[in-house]
Design a protein around this ligand. Sequence first.
Ligand SMILES: Cc1cc2nc3c(=O)[nH]c(=O)nc-3n(C[C@H](O)[C@H](O)[C@H](O)COP(=O)(O)O)c2cc1C
Length: 186
Amino acid sequence: MDALELLLTRESALKLENPGPREADLEVMIQSALRAPDHGRLRPWQFVVIPEGNRAAFGELLAASMARRNPAAPAEELARERGKAMRAPVIVVAAAKLAKGHKIPEIEQLLSAGAAVQNIMLAANARGFGAMWKTGAPAYDASVKQALGIAPDSEIVGFLYLGTQVGGGIQVPRPVPKDYVSVWAG
Ligand SMILES: Cc1cc2nc3c(=O)[nH]c(=O)nc-3n(C[C@H](O)[C@H](O)[C@H](O)COP(=O)(O)O)c2cc1C
């Protein structure tokens, strides 16, 4: 696919199924992530791949996180949370490895991690896969980070759900440039 066509038509998937990206696809996606702009060559990125066989365990992490936040959560809500892990064959957890107190401000390190995530999303599309970028409360849960091997100083910036897109994408009205751009008159 032409690069501009990819950029101008990108959309999140609504439903993802098998087959998911294989190792070679994931390799390309991660390589794309590692091309993200990065002030100071801090390489503030970490990616944890949850393969299909470990989704159930990841679902348990999500449900346990919800139960900690809300000990009174009903069983159906916990089951729904657990089920989120099953909405794609492969999940990549993306984190920003923040160098605290560094002369490169943390916001710039976070931005670099965000750019890396977008590169993964676009590379997934380019390889023929659909993608969803999610976060939610588990992304900000220290126990979830710990279970995934992500340091306390790092921030989870996305749970990237990757697979074969079924049906259309999210129907989001697309804004037009004139509403977001001004030309400075000096
Ligand atoms: C950092 C970040 C976190 C997000 N987390 C969620 C989320 O938890 N749940 C959700 O429905 N959408 C989330 N989104 C939005 C979707 O990924 C998506 O961008 C949005 O639904 C619009 O669809 P589009 O990508 O086709 O424009 C998040 C987006 C970003 C950038």
